[in-house]
Ligand binder design. Structure first.
Ligand code: ADP
Ligand code: FRU
Length: 293
């Protein structure tokens, strides 16, 4: 199992489950409410930790009760937070409306906290790690982090999650072992199909594994020879909660790759794990080994 460092955000998610998604200016009652720790990187690490990896989260935490809640939750999962920076401020919060009718999650996110910086990252001893996973955000600082890794630890592999289109985010592509693209990023750039997008980037970055999750259509990847791979989505008996499906897919894919499974097997495992996640609330129990290729 691998020692993994994830650099990104952790949030508080306030999740209201509703019968069906409301219309604008409606007033409806939630069926239930829960509050949990979220954030793409923190979610992915949670699933990786459940899958047996030893994870450390590096990000900014606010010095207030919600920040302490996040620390406790991560520690409870066994995730190390020693390299987080604690600052005065407000914890990033997502207000999530989860539709019972469809399992869809609509997120209103508010943040007003500094981002983890190059200086924070430079303080971390990277020598124990087998893999680094970055959220594609805070582009200029993250580019410096990647340059540092390339210079000081040239054989240490890393992945970058490219979820939201951000100015200059393409500067984070080069040198990654794995790039995990979202459908949102791909369609924002005018592609209606993952395959055309992946082929386009394959010409520039043939040695990087490029993956694209595509919601209910599963996920696509292109290999070093330019061959396209596709895994279908795995539908649970009932879609209950799609919040963090992409984060779970990323964890499943990385886990399988770290266990030297083929690109195709890793795509399939990512989709199976994400499908299982959609059929349940939260991330608990996703580490059970029955799905593992
Ligand atoms: P997100 O919107 O959370 O970033 P995606 O919608 O791209 O993530 O989904 C990630 C993966 O989760 C997909 O590749 C698919 O395997 C799985 N998935 C997403 N939605 C569903 C669903 N309704 N049923 C089953 N699997 C799903
Ligand atoms: C799900 C998620 C939530 C979080 C939001 C941040 O993918 O990580 O847990 O609140 O996205 O954008």
């Amino acid at each position: 199992m691998a020692k993994m460092l994830g650099i990104g955000i952790a949030t508080v998610d306030i999740i209201n489950t509703v019968e069906g998604y409301p219309a604008e200016n409606d007033e409806i009652r939630a069926l239930s409410q829960r509050r949990c720790r979220g954030g793409n990187c923190a979610n992915t690490l949670t699933v990786l930790q459940h899958l047996g990896h030893e994870c450390m989260f590096a990000g900014i935490l606010a010095e207030e009760p919600d920040g302490q809640f996040i620390t406790q939750e991560l520690k409870q999962q066994g995730i190390n937070t020693d390299n987080c920076r604690i600052v005065k401020g407000k914890t990033p919060t997502s207000y999530v409306t989860l539709s019972r009718a469809t399992g869809s999650r609509t997120i209103v996110h508010y943040r007003d906290l500094p981002e983890f910086s190059f200086a924070d990252f430079a303080n971390i001893d990277l020598s124990p790690f087998d893999w680094l996973h970055f959220e594609g955000r805070n582009v200029a600082e993250t580019a410096r982090m990647l340059a540092l890794v390339r210079e000081r630890f040239p054989s240490l592999p890393w992945s970058v999650e490219i979820e939201k289109p951000r100015p200059g985010i393409e500067s984070l592509f080069e040198g990654a072992a794995v790039l995990l693209f979202s459908r949102h990023y791909v369609t924002y750039h005018g592609y209606s199909e993952a395959q055309t997008f992946l082929q386009k980037w394959h010409a520039t970055l043939p040695d990087t594994e490029k993956i694209c999750a595509w919601g209910e259509e599963g996920a696509y990847a292109i290999d070093e020879e330019g061959k396209m791979h596709h895994a279908p989505a795995f539908f649970p008996p009932q879609v209950v909660d799609t919040l963090g499906a992409g984060d779970t897919f990323n964890a499943g894919f990385l886990d399988a790759r770290l266990r030297h499974r083929s690109l195709s097997e890793s795509l399939t495992f990512g989709c199976q794990l994400a499908g299982r996640k959609c059929g349940q609330q939260g991330f608990d129990g996703l580490g059970s080994s029955d799905l593992k290729p």
